[in-house]
Design a protein around this ligand. Structure first.
Ligand SMILES: Nc1ncnc2c1ncn2[C@@H]1O[C@H](COP(=O)(O)OP(=O)(O)OP(=O)(O)O)[C@@H](O)[C@H]1O
Ligand SMILES: [Mg+2]
Length: 465
């Protein structure tokens, strides 16, 4: 049985019982009749609540019909009382209608309210979906620059949870916080947007992201400034490319200059060296002999620098051949093993089956030897160097993993720059030469390093280019 039917039965039973009492109680006892009559208000109000205006009209009519014959029993007896009871019938109807009407309008209001709430939450979801679909970081801040909201992309890209952001001051996330504070303040003061500001944003684990910032005034309905909407676009890839291009330009400029100078210096150096060697073999003076051998040693060192500079200056690939890198690396390991042993370094080389690729073998040898020497020099107390060669879908990957001193984050940025060295007798050219050789082969280098744990340098060479 459904609820409506149950309610109808419930109300009907109430009416029948009250009517029954009316007709079967002593007719002369007016007090008790008054009481029964008023009991009718209960089913009237209940049915107005349950069936609204409809219930509030139908029930009093039914009750009046049931009740009216009862009146005729007394008709002509006491006029005033009859009148009174007629009025009561009208009251039944009035109370039924008013209650029904009130219940109905209350219901209408409730419906309207729930419809509005639904619409509002639809709108909110819709707005939220728009914000989350934007692939830039979108942050809103209040007038004191405390973060009020951040979109999904922001949370993903900045690798933080929402709780870590909300309520924090945005300035502390910018490296150039003073500059950004001024920009945001200007947006609030002038109510005008600021766009295309390149800056750097601090993300999780003190990593830094290059971003382009756009700031718009956030106005409320009244047009008053409430804060700022900040949009951040990740431009780290572009920045990386720019840096690479600048480095390549720098390298070729240095290369040209270096080759000119190197040529000019090599000849006088040769002469100085020959004369000092002759003098060394002819003189008996021990002090002079010692001085001359220092000159000789230093000239050798200078010649080395010149040789490297000249290497550096001719970056073109000379001869390309189909080469099996496995064999090439095996050769290099053989050459470098002795040097490694002297420094207590154990080299281990592993390779999977790979196919031959078209490369300049001699140049690649030079690139790999630079890396191996660096690794050995990074392990002053000995250690292990793991070399691996694998074939990926598009690349051959050669990785060199040492257990050395590691490289700090600031230094990693610089190690490919010419003349950057941390060694007393280093030229700082090794890795920049390696870098240009790998670039000539359309490959790229990846570095992972942890201080005091070691460094892994991976070289990706495309199988076809
Ligand atoms: N495997 C490594 N572990 C730790 N630091 C390294 C490693 N490889 C390179 N470096 C750092 O990078 C710097 C630059 O290396 P690069 O080969 O260009 O020059 P260098 O080794 O100093 O000089 P040269 O190669 O002429 O002997 C090094 O001085 C060193 O600080
Ligand atoms: Mg080196």
């Amino acid at each position: 049985m459904n609820k409506k039917a149950k309610d109808i039965i419930y109300i009907s039973v109430m009416i029948i019982i009250i009517t029954f009492f009316h007709y079967f109680s002593i007719s002369s006892d007016w007090g008790i009749h008054d009481f029964y009559r008023r009991l009718y208000y209960i089913p009237i109000i209940v049915s107005a609540f349950k069936f609204k205006l409809r219930g509030g009209i139908i029930t009093p009519i039914i009750i009046s019909l049931l009740y009216a014959p009862h009146l005729f029993i007394y008709f002509g007896l006491i006029d005033i009382e009859i009148l009174n009871q007629f009025l009561e019938i009208i009251m039944f109807l009035l109370i039924g209608i008013i209650t029904g009407f009130l219940v109905e309008s209350d219901n209408r209001k409730k419906k309207l309210l729930s419809y509005q709430i639904e619409k509002l939450s639809d709108l909110e979801n819709y707005t939220q979906n728009i914000l989350n679909s934007i692939t830039n970081v979108l942050i809103s801040v209040d007038k004191s620059f405390n973060i009020r909201s951040i979109n999904k992309e922001g949370i993903n890209l900045l690798k933080q949870t929402e709780e870590q952001f909300i309520g924090e001051n945005i300035n502390k996330f910018f490296i150039e916080h003073e500059k950004i504070r001024k920009v945001l303040k200007e947006v609030i003061d002038t109510k005008y947007k600021k766009i295309n500001i390149e800056t750097r944003f601090r993300i999780k684990n003190s990593d830094i992201l290059d971003v382009r910032l756009l700031a718009y005034p956030l106005k409320n309905i009244g047009g008053n400034i409430e804060g700022v909407v900040i949009i951040l676009e990740d431009i780290s890839e572009i920045k990386k490319l720019e840096k690479q291009i600048r480095r390549t330009e720098k390298l070729s400029a240095i290369g040209e200059l270096a080759s000119g100078i190197a040529h000019e210096i090599r000849n006088p150096m040769g002469i100085i060296k020959t004369i000092s060697q002759t003098l060394h073999s002819e003189t008996e003076d021990e002090d002079l002999k010692e001085g001359l051998s220092i000159i000789n040693h230093e000239i050798n060192r200078a010649n080395n620098v010149i040789k490297e500079l000249l290497n550096f200056a001719k970056p073109q690939i000379n001869s390309e051949q189909n080469i099996n890198l496995n064999k090439l690396i095996n050769d290099i390991v053989l050459i470098t093993k002795k040097y490694a042993k002297q420094h207590n370094v154990n080299i281990e080389y592993n390779s999977t089956e790979i196919r031959e690729i078209l490369v300049d073998g001699e140049k690649l040898k030079q690139a790999f030897i630079n890396i191996i020497f660096n690794a050995i020099q990074a392990m002053p107390r000995g250690g292990k160097l793991d070399i691996n060669l694998i074939e990926e879908k598009n690349n051959l990957v050669i990785s060199f993993k040492d257990t050395g001193i590691g490289i700090s984050k600031e230094k990693i940025e610089k190690i490919f720059e010419p003349f950057f060295t941390t060694k007393d007798s280093g030229t700082g050219l090794g890795l920049s030469i390696t870098h240009s050789i790998i670039e000539e082969h359309n490959g790229y280098i990846e570095i992972n390093s942890e201080i005091d744990k070691g460094t892994e340098i991976s070289i990706y060479l495309p199988k076809a280019y």
